[in-house]
Design a protein around this ligand. Sequence first.
Ligand code: NDP
Length: 288
Amino acid sequence: SDKRPVTVIGLGPMGQAMAGAYLDAGHEVTVWNRTPSRADALVERGAVRAGTAEEALRANELVILSLTDYEAMYAVLEPAAHALRGRVVVNLSSDTPEKTRAGARWITGHGGVHLTGGVTVPPSGIGRPESSTFYSGPGGAFEAHRATLEVLTSADYRGEDPGLAALYYQIGMVMFWTSMLSYWQAIALADANGLKAADILPHATQTMADMPGFQEFYAARIDAGDHTGDVDRLAMGLASVEHVLHTNADAGVDTALPAAVVDLFRRAMDAGHAGDSFSSIVELMKKK
Ligand code: NDP
């Protein structure tokens, strides 16, 4: 068959979903996990259990890693490093761009090929073409295995630098975590006022749904260094975020998040941006 056999190492919720997607798609799958029992259900569905990480590496050219982070990769692969030669290791564990670059050097140093992946969906999104994963690393190896990787999700190849996939992933995550915390803050404020999460859901989703319009408006201006205060002024923004802080303080809920926002606005005021757009805060955030 044209379906290539794959090895999946690391069977947390993500690795289990990945191995399962390959089984569903008719691939031969070899699995290994530090805690062997996590492989049981997959073996029942037809996966081959490797006795050791080395055996798992030797089983197939294409090796998917789904571990907590890159430290876990060294813990698993260091004792089996001599078996890395000729393997294409697709590391779908998330970590920093620097850690992924060092990991790629380590795999390459042992004669293997390293592709970095950043999966942007939870386990329930695995096996669906509408889901997407960032990839980076050697383009030839990526193209050679693209079809097999696309069994998991669609593939968004960013370039040769092994850190790129992790960088795109982290750019998404800084937005994801702060956005979701803003939602928890809204729920806490609502709760203090007798409203349930369900009560504010339509309003909350509409507020998030309005964000793309702001992103599109400010992206071109920011790249042009244009912080003209023609549609919004930082001084107005500071008054507004202070209202947000005081509303939360009056309600008796935690104020760490709104206080951090006020702090950023105040620092931009101190830097002389009162009459500029609040987009000028990005200049404060940029690397100096
Ligand atoms: P888990 O942390 O639940 O799974 C981790 C896996 O790594 C387990 O198989 C665990 O083995 C293994 N592991 C951890 N440390 C070691 C070690 N020192 N030695 C050997 N094995 C180790 O993660 P998930 O399955 O949820 O996710 C995997 C990766 O995918 C992570 O990097 C995560 O950030 C990323 N991701 C996850 C998403 C999600 O929604 N879950 C979404 C997008 C990305 P054991 O079973 O023995 O503990």
